[in-house]
Design a protein. Structure first.
Length: 657
């Protein structure tokens, strides 16, 4: 493994640590396993859906706020509410509308909405009923300001809400059960509208605005603020006759069973310019007929409002189903506007809705009256299906949209939080990547520089090896040739002796030629010393002709794992030892021991010659090129022992791939 490989490996490790490996620690479980792209799409879908849902817009002025039970010091107190209507109906949804409170810290929120409760449904005379839904504190229904929509499939004539864990009320932190409205839907019909209410608390001196009957009066703490539709003005009458009436032609016979009267909306002023019963008559008679002259009129319902607690933004009333084409509203005791000196009588509505099978049959239908409208506010405003904020929604859809808005607004910050965490992590990773790119660029430059330096070092080492070979082998041979030449001149007349000298000169010349060829072949030394053991034996036999020699080798397999250059340097070191013994030691015996293992190679060459005390320069040079240590021992019996120790590193092992 070279320097470039090491740097690349380190870069990959840093990269793997920088990139995300899974869900972030502390992330919300519901979103942590989803991809960033999927979360971004989900957030965009939530924002798009929220733009199409009705918004929270709270009522102002004075009016009923619902029901409140007795107060308690402890939250784990049982309270119940039961709604009874006359005929069993197939119900599909129960809606609990919270009483909305406001404090300085949290703003608007559900006031004393139960934290844990159960809902039962049943039909008379059954008093136990069946469990329709159950909620505990861990369901995190709070905080909320939206209605709670509970899907339910049952046939029932009553429902009961049994609370087991109460929430604190705002002003004194005591605990009670508060609700603004309970609706029970069978299709589009709220069968609980104005139904009888029973409660566990026997309230006597309760505030006028908190009564059990307000749980089913149809009044909720919101104004209908749909996300779509154009704004529409309300209708106001001009001067009224004795018995003012308004009639609507439905265009065809329709079975009617419900009417919604939308009070005049004063949202254009803060605070309200008039009381909440502005232009609403004290008594109303609603008649239905099949003939336009109402000669066959039947009374659908008669309404009488005693105080402002009986009037809200939308007055909802059910009546027995009756087939009609024409509907007439007759006002008795019209509203008296006391702001004017003449105390003018006026009638006004924002919308009149007449329902047939859950559908507003009066929308877009023509309106007539026995009085004139004020010039600014015409009769068409009574049936245009629009209010001050836009589209008038069916009540069930309105409640469902508010509940859906709550769910989305709870989910949205969780997704935003998770995305922000991921964006922060990505920003951090990008910063890391920039630094790693800088480091990688610098590392590549350093690696190239080191690679060049290593190449130069290898060239210098090669030169040293060539110089060592020329010195150790060629110089000795050339010196011997010179001496033999001088001997040949002296023995020029002695033919036998001269012949022997010339043979020796010839042998030395051949050896010199081989040494020179070896120096040239060093540049392509990958195949040199393929069999180190055999090369060592041949050199010993050639160089130690007159010397008794013993060669012991252990761990040949480890020797073969050495790179070719290391094997060659080891062989040349051994050869130099033999040359020194042959030339200078005057020894009769030589012993070599080569031991190899996975960690170390030890070469010991001993002789019984004259001995030396210092390591020869040529051996030092060879040991340096090999990257090994060398020292000399002097045995007691004489001679010298040269020991070479080479510690093996992982990168020294030969790559056998």
């Amino acid at each position: 493994m070279n320097w470039l490989d090491v740097l690349t490996f380190g870069f990959i490790v840093l990269l793997s640590e920088a990139l995300p490996a899974g869900a972030m620690e502390g992330a919300t479980p519901a979103h942590a396993t989803q991809s960033t792209t999927r979360l971004e799409r989900r957030l965009a879908a939530i924002n798009a859906e929220l733009e199409q849902l009705a918004g929270y817009n709270f009522r102002g002025g004075y009016g009923p706020i619902g029901y409140a039970s007795d107060s308690h010091a402890l939250p784990k107190t049982n309270e119940w509410i039961q709604i009874d209507w006359k005929q069993p109906a197939a119900i599909d949804q129960i809606v609990l509308v919270p009483t909305i409170g406001r404090d300085a810290e949290n703003g608007f929120h559900a006031n004393a909405f139960p934290a844990a409760f159960k809902v039962f449904t049943g039909t008379a005379p059954d008093t136990e009923g069946a469990l329709a839904a159950s909620f505990i504190e861990a369901d995190h229904l709070l905080p909320r300001i939206a209605p709670l929509v509970i899907p339910c499939t049952a046939t029932a004539s009553w429902i009961r809400v049994e609370a087991s864990l109460l929430s604190p009320r705002i002003f004194d932190s005591n605990y009670d059960l508060k609700l603004a409205e309970i609706m029970v839907f069978s299709g589009e019909e709220n069968v609980a509208l104005r139904a009888a209410v029973r409660t566990s608390s026997k309230i006597r001196n309760r505030y006028l605005t908190q009564k059990p009957r307000f749980l089913t009066d149809g009044f909720v703490p919101y104004l209908m603020d749909a996300a779509e539709g154009r704004q529409s003005s309300y209708f106001l009458s001009g001067v009224l006759p004795a018995d003012p009436w308004i009639s609507i032609d439905l265009g065809s016979r329709q079975p009617l069973n419900r009417i919604h009267l939308h009070a005049v909306d004063q949202s254009f002023s803060v605070p309200l310019e008039y009381m909440t019963d502005f232009h609403f008559p004290r008594r109303l008679r609603i008649e239905g007929a099949l003939k336009p002259d109402f000669s066959d009129a039947r009374i659908l319902i008669e309404l009488e409002y005693e105080s402002q607690l009986d009037i809200g933004p939308i007055l909802m009333h059910r009546f027995p189903e009756t087939v009609c084409r024409y509907v007439r509203l007759i006002g008795f005791e019209p509203y008296i506007n006391t702001l004017f000196k003449e105390n003018q009588q006026r009638i006004g509505f924002a919308e009149i809705e007449l329902f047939s099978h859950g559908r507003n049959a009066a929308r877009g239908k023509p309106v007539e009256a026995n009085f004139k409208a004020r010039s600014v506010f015409g009769f068409e405003a009574l049936t245009d299906g629009l209010n001050f904020y836009g589209e008038i929604l069916p009540v069930k859809e309105w409640m469902n949209q508010l509940a859906r808005r709550h769910d989305l607004e709870v989910e949205r910050p969780l997704i935003e939080h998770e995305l922000n965490r991921r964006y922060a992590r990505q920003k951090k990773n990008l910063s890391r990547m920039r630094w790693m790119a800088i480091l990688a660029t610098a590392g590549i430059g350093v690696t190239l520089l080191l690679h060049r330096m290593l190449r130069m070092r290898m060239i210098m080492q090669l030169r040293e090896r060539i110089a060592a070979n020329l010195h150790d082998e060629l110089s000795a041979n050339l010196h011997a040739v010179v001496l033999l030449g001088e001997m040949a001149q002296k023995n020029i007349d002695a033919h036998d002796k001269l012949h022997d000298i010339l043979n020796r000169i010839q042998q030395l010349s051949r050896r010199s030629r081989s040494a020179a060829r070896h120096c040239t072949d060093m540049l392509q030394a990958d195949t040199a010393c393929e069999n180190l053991t055999e090369d060592m034996k041949r050199s010993a036999d050639r160089l130690l002709i007159d010397i008794e020699h013993e060669l012991l080798i252990e761990g040949e397999a480890f020797l073969q794992q050495l790179p070719p250059r290391k094997r060659q340097d080891l062989f040349l070191f051994y050869k130099e030892c033999l040359i020194n013994i042959a030339r200078h030691a005057g020894a009769a015996q030589c012993r070599t021991r080569l031991t190899a293992s996975a960690r170390e190679i030890t070469l010991t060459v001993s002789d019984n010659g004259s001995g030396i005390t210092q390591v020869p320069r040529s051996l030092k040079r060879r040991a340096h090129l090999l990257g090994a240590r060398v020292h000399i021992d002097t045995p007691e019996l004489g001679g010298a022992s040269v020991t070479l120790t080479l510690r093996l590193r992982p990168w020294m092992k030969r790559n056998r791939s």
